[in-house]
Design a protein around this ligand. Sequence first.
Ligand code: CP
Length: 331
Amino acid sequence: MVSPSPTPQGEQTDTQLAPNGRLRHLLTLSGLSRELLSSLLDAAQSYLADPGVLPIRSRALEGRTVGNLFFEPSTRTRASFDLAGRRLGADVLNLDVNTSSRKKGESILDTIYTLQAMAVDIMVVRDASAGVPAYIARHVDDHVSVMNAGEADISHPTQGLLDLLTIRQHKGGFDKLTVTIVGDIQHSRVARSAAEGLMTLGVGELRFVSPPAFAPDPALVPGARILDDLDEGLADADVVMALRIQRERIGNLDGIPGIDEYFARYGLSHRRMQKAKPDAIVMHPGPMNRGVEIESSLADSEHSVITEQVRNGVAVRMAVLEHVHNTLHGT
Ligand code: CP
């Protein structure tokens, strides 16, 4: 059997687009046009209701089935794809991986073919191995779509979209903004997808701040400034995003600073945020480690838009589910 392997970004773009330029799958934000990203953000915005008001629903996916296949832990992404599918009228299957036949050695493709035979129309996949979503996308039937719900340290496109939407809601646009992302950049799929989306939408300046051991490969984030001094990275920033240390993707934990030292040098706090613009927003994709990469009271402060990111996540996933459905079933 052919095994999944990292797929070059260009090939992922070819795989995920239909001949008319619409998304057939969502594998990566890399290579998507500014117009397509903006139209997905507009669609997501239309699915947002005020807090406390009943969520917006539609029947766009009535009769279809969305399968959630999370081979890595998740709270936000899995729950929001589940709610997004239901609010569009779809049936949603949440496969319990810990009790699935993958534990008995079944291959990922055999699992996919099994669900395909049960008329699952959209496979939402999270996996720790690079290349799995694209690999599945190349093997499913023509009427099936694949959503990347988090792929190794490579890509998390719906997280990128919800981050873009949150920034746009607060700042209006991107071209005059300085966006600073601080933390374990090297192992972060969130940082990669945010960078891809922000660069396409023409962000003014993108800065990555991390200990040298967590710095990104400059070739993977062209145009970004890579720094190891947090005060320099925060100077006059409009948007600041903190990332946790992704211990599950770090083979050798030796050399990682202790919590107190890490927080002192790279933790976001009210004091450090004084370097940023007074109206700067604070973001975090979650899950948060309070007191490690972010001061607990800052995460709950008026600067924080973290719960808005979560709220936007449902709307973004509704928008992309409806988009790929319409690509294949034509409205
Ligand atoms: N941001 C994010 O992907 O969170 P989960 O791991 O909880 O889905």
